[in-house]
Design a protein around this ligand. Sequence first.
Ligand SMILES: [Zn+2]
Length: 141
Amino acid sequence: MIRYDLKCDNGDEFEAWFGSIADYDKQAEAGLVECPHCGSKHVTKAPMAPAVQTARKKAARSEKAVAMAMAAKVREHIKDNFDYVGDKFADEARKMHSGESEERAIWGEATPEQAQELAEEGIPASPLPPGLAPVQPKKLN
Ligand SMILES: [Zn+2]
């Protein structure tokens, strides 16, 4: 038995077992090798060695894990050091800027219009990229 990593012309990758190399050639020539995902008969042997593929997948996974761990740290930092002001963000930012209230680190929600206004007024506020905003505390109404 021989195992092939195969790839169809739609980019699906799959594996298939054949009795021998000749078996694969025969079946492929006769159009009997079919992609199990899309049914395409335009199937070729995947050029990538399985070991390389595995290593690449692992690397991609750990990069994502690192990014997620960093995001978690940032979220934690914001949660511990920033006051959540909810949708009063623009008001609070203005008050601190004008000296009406003491400067402190805050985070909350602002509409794109509010963010634009703050920028025009020269008030520093930067949007948190998705994934970096902490889970919002429950609003106390
Ligand atoms: Zn396919």
